[in-house]
Ligand binder design. Sequence first.
Ligand code: E4P
Length: 214
Amino acid sequence: MKFFIDTADVEAIKKAVELGMCDGVTTNPTLIMKSGKDQKSVIREIAKIVKGPISVEGIADDAPGMIKEAEEFSKWAPNIVVKVPMTKEGLKAVRYLSSKEIQTNVTLVFSASQALLAAKAGATYVSPFVGRLDDISENGMKLVADILEIFCAYDFKTEVIVASIRHPLHVVDSARMGAHIATMPADVFEKMFRHPLTDKGIAQFKDDYAKTKK
Ligand code: E4P
């Protein structure tokens, strides 16, 4: 299973890279805004430290506009993946970009039918947004299970990026289902390491070790 970091915060990405746990990065306009930098410079900075796929999102509404943005983003680094919204125009762009071997990530996927359409269009990745579904009392992880079942049944090559992750259990459930990738905010990645019994155990062992040195 691959771990992507869902942020444009270069320092957070560096920490995950140092741990050898950053297989890729996903960004969106909101995350770029939070970084306080302009999109091109921050993506180029990230590309210097991350070898895996880096998803970059544009704002065009129609396929020609999306293709133009994609061609521009692709010049920034060899590992750029172009995020395309789950719309008819988006899928037209995906079909064209896939014929040009530009990798795509169909974003804002909220149903299995949308994921199926994206796979048929030739998307490299689809991103179901589990947290945003949970937020409106729908079951985000059930959607991931449905998409994986469909992709598996037809041997689609499209990989599933579980996105809009809110907590470590989303990552664990993604892993149990065999999702290809989980893209997680830095704080969720951080939380995956922690357990109070680990901290308590370390403290106790240190205390006991000190007692042997009297
Ligand atoms: C994924 O590619 C998106 O950037 C992200 O996961 C959206 O998450 P949010 O719902 O927390 O904004």
